[in-house]
Design a binder for this molecule. Structure first.
Ligand SMILES: Cc1cc2nc3c(=O)[nH]c(=O)nc-3n(C[C@H](O)[C@H](O)[C@H](O)COP(=O)(O)OP(=O)(O)OC[C@H]3O[C@@H](n4cnc5c(N)ncnc54)[C@H](O)[C@@H]3O)c2cc1C
Length: 377
C-alpha cells in the first residue's frame, strides 16, 4: 500500500532543471515534491547565469530579473579585440539568485511541495515505487542534482567524469564594463581549455574564468587582466561563485526503472561552451510532460523521450578536445579577427542565426535601453 507520503514525482535539486520540471508536472496535475539541500534556492549560486536567446524563449521570465547583452567582444592575448553580434540575437544576464527564487515560487504556485534544507541520501526502488528516506515514495524519481549527482551514485547510473573548473567574482554594479558586450578573453595561460569573461550583470558586474580539469583557475590574474582591458572604473568585490561544469557530453546510462537523471546530472551541458541552462529548462519541462503521459496514458518512459530529443554534441565534443590542448597564445593572436574565426565565432555564439555577412562589425550595437521601455515601439 502506498501511503499518504506517496508522490507521482519526486525531484532532487531545485535549480534550473528541477524547478522547470516541477512546475510543468504540477501544472499538469501530478503530485510533485522537490528536495533541495540548500535552505534557499538563491543561496550559493554556482553559475554565471547567462541565458542564450533560445533559453530566454523557453520561459517567460520577469524582465527585472534580466538584462540584455547584444554582442560578444573577443580579446586576443595581445590585447586586440573583435566585436561580434547577429541581428535580432541577444543574451540575457540574469539576477541568478532572484531567478531561481522566482522559479521556486512558480513551481510552488503550480502546486509542487518544496523541501529546502533537505539533502537526498539513501533511496531504493521496487516494482511499484521509489522510496526516498525521510521524504516518502514516488512513481518516478528525477535526479536534477547537478554535475556530481547523488542520485546517479545511489542508483549506480553513469556519472560525469570530465569537467571544467569555474570561478567568478561579483563586483559592484558600477564597475564599468561596457554593458553592450559579453567580454571574452582567449588566453591559454590565463584560461587553459576555455576562456575568461566579464559582463555587466543585473545588479553586479561578473568577472570569471573556467579552465580545463588539470589546471587551477587564477581569478586574481584574470581580474588584473580584465581590469586593464575592459577599463574597469571601480573594483569592489561583493561576492563569489564557483562550480564544476561537466563537459564530457551526454552520459549513456541515465535511467534505471523508475529513476532518471536530468540537466547537468545527465551531462546535458555543452562540452564546448559549458552552457547548460537552456537544456536544463527545455528538457526539464519535456521530462515533466513525458512523465504525465507515462504515468497517466501508458506513454513512453520519460527517460526515452528525453534521450531522443537531447543533443548528441558530436562536433562540440571534438571542439572540446581541441580546446583542452590549450592552443599557444600566438595562435590565438593570429586567429582573432580573421574571417574564418569570425565565421566560427558566429556559429558558436549565435547558433547559426544570421549569416556571417550580416555581421555589422563596423557599427557597434546600440547602447542597451531599459527593457521596460521596450514596449514603446
Ligand atoms: C562557473 C559556472 C558558470 C556557468 N555559466 C553558465 C552560463 O552563463 N550559462 C549557461 O547556460 N550555463 C552556465 N553554466 C552551466 C549551468 O550552470 C548548468 O548547466 C546548470 O546550472 C545546470 O542546471 P541543473 O538544474 O541541471 O543543475 P544545478 O544548477 O547544478 O543544480 C543542482 C541542484 O541540486 C542540488 N543538490 C545537489 N545535490 C543534492 C542532494 N544530495 N540533495 C538535495 N539537493 C541537491 C544543488 O544544491 C542544486 O540546487 C555554468 C556553470 C558554472 C560552474
Amino acid at each position: 500500500m502506498l501511503g499518504p507520503r506517496h508522490y507521482d514525482l519526486i525531484i532532487v535539486g531545485a535549480s534550473f532543471a528541477g524547478l522547470a520540471c516541477a512546475r510543468t508536472a504540477a501544472l499538469r496535475g501530478l503530485k510533485v515534491a522537490v528536495i533541495e539541500r540548500k535552505d534557499d534556492p538563491g543561496d550559493q549560486v554556482r553559475t554565471t547565469g547567462i541565458l542564450v536567446k533560445e533559453a530566454a524563449e523557453e520561459t517567460d521570465i520577469p524582465s527585472e530579473l534580466t538584462r540584455r547583452i547584444r554582442g560578444v567582444r573577443l580579446y586576443a592575448p595581445n590585447g586586440t579585440h573583435s566585436d561580434h553580434w547577429a541581428p535580432g540575437y541577444y543574451f540575457l544576464a540574469t539576477d541568478t539568485p532572484g531567478l531561481l527564487r522566482w522559479m521556486a515560487q512558480e513551481a510552488w504556485r503550480a502546486g509542487a511541495t518544496l523541501h529546502f534544507g533537505a539533502r537526498f541520501g539513501a533511496a531504493s526502488q521496487d516494482a511499484r515505487a521509489v522510496h526516498v528516506e525521510g521524504i516518502g515514495s514516488a512513481s518516478l524519481l528525477i535526479g536534477a542534482d547537478g554535475a556530481n549527482s547523488a542520485v546517479a551514485r545511489c542508483f549506480g547510473l553513469d556519472r560525469n567524469s570530465r569537467f571544467l573548473g569555474g570561478v567568478e567574482l561579483e563586483l559592484s554594479a558600477d564597475a564599468g564594463a561596457d554593458p553592450r558586450f559579453l567580454h571574452c578573453f582567449l588566453d591559454s595561460e590565463l584560461a587553459p581549455g576555455y576562456l575568461a569573461w566579464a559582463l555587466t550583470g543585473v545588479s553586479v558586474t561578473q568577472v570569471g574564468v573556467a579552465v580545463r580539469q588539470a589546471s587551477k583557475p587564477d581569478i586574481d590574474a584574470v581580474l588584473k587582466r580584465v581590469r586593464t582591458s575592459v577599463e574597469l572604473r571601480r573594483v569592489e568585490i561583493v561576492g563569489r561563485r564557483s562550480g564544476l561544469i561537466p563537459v564530457g557530453g551526454v552520459l549513456r546510462r541515465t535511467s534505471v526503472g523508475r529513476v532518471m537523471l536530468m540537466g547537468d546530472a545527465a551531462g546535458y551541458c555543452s562540452p564546448m561552451t559549458g552552457g547548460g541552462i537552456a537544456l536544463a529548462l527545455r528538457l526539464g519541462r519535456r521530462a515533466a510532460q513525458a512523465a504525465v503521459d507515462w504515468l497517466g496514458a501508458d506513454g513512453l518512459h520519460p527517460a526515452l523521450v528525453v534521450e531522443r530529443e537531447a543533443p548528441r554534441f558530436g562536433m562540440k565534443r571534438l571542439m572540446r578536445r581541441a580546446l583542452d590542448l590549450a592552443p599557444p597564445n600566438w595562435m590565438w593572436d593570429g586567429l582573432v579577427g580573421t574571417s574564418a574565426f569570425r565565421t566560427l565565432t558566429h556559429h558558436v555564439y549565435f547558433h547559426r542565426r544570421g549569416a556571417p555577412g550580416e555581421l555589422l562589425d563596423e557599427t557597434p550595437p546600440a547602447a542597451p535601453i531599459e527593457q521596460k521601455k521596450d514596449i514603446a515601439i
